[in-house]
Design a protein around this ligand. Structure first.
Ligand code: ZN
Length: 67
């Protein structure tokens, strides 16, 4: 039950441009441009996201963060 709930909530937070862990606006996170042109956002709480488009975000996998 819990697992069914967490997905939509996280998706909603991300659609609002907010961290799924702490709710901080990702526009306030630290950004890092990767070599392939993608933009990594690291939140204060340590979660990492990719930014794509004007205000779209998705969670970054561990393997995508290190290079
Ligand atoms: Zn956070």
């Amino acid at each position: 039950m819990f697992r069914n709930l967490i997905g939509p909530v996280q998706a909603w937070l991300l659609s609002q441009g907010q961290c799924v862990g702490c709710g901080m606006p990702l526009s306030e996170g630290s950004t890092r441009n990767k070599k392939d042109g993608s933009v990594l956002i690291t939140c204060k709480c340590g979660r990492t996201y990719f930014k794509f488009g004007e205000k779209k975000y998705r969670r970054a996998k561990m393997s995508e963060i290190s290079e």
